[in-house]
Design a protein around this ligand. Structure first.
Ligand SMILES: *Cc1c(COP(=O)(O)O)cnc(C)c1O
Length: 356
């Protein structure tokens, strides 16, 4: 294989989600991937099933324009965004890859502030695009803006990936960071990843028309509970969206996936009813985990970031008890689950911390 494959590809490893195979506990609380823990309601699934059997012609290619879905998303986003300013991806992961092709390939690097969402790094490296990493401050995870500014001057930075609120740390961009983002030169693509928008209720959409180099990305995988269907979207100035459309695969989404996203938009108030409950549980978990002696940070997402004495040992011990969380970035990222999952987490965490 060595001669067939680019040498830099040979050094990469394939993305693997956490395996459940070696856990002995019978019931597993999977709160490691920031999914919403409850499945879609039955009425939604049966409506989708009916559409699939009555309306989808399986022998036909999908409608690759997604005109109706884009119109629904434009209405949902508001802020004067029109459907020609929207691109649909097979998950926002696909959009990240397209952005890297459009803005960085043969042109420059992408900059990220660690710890952050790993797909920027993984996808850039698969394309041979250099990744410039800058640190965050330890207390509040604000980006080290001096380091970021210096990196821009030294490394041909063509794009910056900003997750808002950041995963795994949960913080929104603060006013110093926002001022810096607003001051970035117009030849740098600024990707603002709002995957957790529905939990955070903060968006930079209102400023998009003043910044043709900004792009905002969101997903149906989190608050809308459609992770299995793989639908993400981006909105930006027409010029950027047209470029994205040129590099995406013609039929990038199965018909059932964009149909599910349309149905989610049509029923968004009912689907998003869970959001206030998840926020409440997040705030309860924050208090409970802090009381156990962990250092926990405030979060605007559906997850919390915490650090203990030995994060690896904590994650492993919890896994053996049947709760799967994510050890990342020198800490623990814990997705807010159902009330009973959260209750078990608190109990099991208490046991783990006592016995370590
Ligand atoms: C979950 C998540 C996404 C969503 O990815 P999809 O490919 O749409 O499932 C994007 N960005 C961040 C930061 C995320 O946490």
């Amino acid at each position: 294989m060595q001669q067939l494959v680019r040498p830099d590809i040979a050094t990469l490893s394939a993305y693997k989600a956490e395996s459940l195979a070696d856990i002995t506990a019978t019931e597993i609380d999977k709160i490691d991937a920031n999914e919403v823990s409850s499945d879609l309601p039955d009425w939604f699934k049966s409506q989708l099933g009916t559409i699939a059997s009555d309306q989808i012609k399986a022998n036909r290619y999908p409608d690759g324009e997604y005109a109706h879905l884009k119109q629904l998303i434009a209405n949902y986003v508001g802020h004067g965004i029109t459907s020609s300013q929207i691109s649909i991806g097979c998950g926002s992961d696909e959009i990240i890859r397209s952005l890297l092709v459009v803005a960085c390939l043969h042109r420059g690097s992408i900059m990220v502030a660690e710890p952050t969402f790993s797909m920027y790094d993984i996808l850039a490296r698969s394309l041979g695009i250099p990744v410039v990493k800058v640190p965050r401050h330890d207390q509040n995870f604000q980006i080290d803006l001096a380091a970021a500014q210096a990196a821009i001057e030294q490394h041909h930075v063509a794009a910056i990936g900003l997750v808002h609120p950041n995963s795994p740390t949960g913080n929104l961009l603060n006013s110093a960071e926002l001022d810096w983002v607003r001051s970035l030169p117009s030849n740098i693509l600024v990707v603002i990843d709002e995957a957790y928008f529905e939990f955070a209720s903060h968006t930079l959409a209102a400023e998009l028309d003043q910044h043709p180099n900004w792009l905002i990305m969101r997903t149906f995988s989190k608050a809308f509970r459609l992770a299995a269907y793989r639908v993400g979207y981006a909105f930006a100035a027409n010029e950027l969206i047209e470029a994205l459309e040129k590099v995406r695969l013609p039929y990038n989404l199965p018909t059932i996936a964009h149909t599910a996203a349309e149905l989610a938009m049509d029923n968004r108030d009912r689907l998003l009813e869970l959001v206030p409950e998840i926020r409440q549980e997040r705030d309860r978990l924050y208090r409970e985990l802090s009381n156990l002696g962990l250092r926990v940070w405030p979060s605007a997402g559906n997850f919390l970031y915490a650090r203990g004495q030995d994060n690896k040992a904590i994650a492993q011990a919890l896994k053996q008890k049947g709760t799967l969380i994510r050890q990342t970035g020198g800490g623990l990222r814990i997705t807010v689950g159902t009330r009973s999952q959260n209750q078990r987490l608190i109990e099991r965490m208490g046991d783990c911390l006592n016995s370590l």
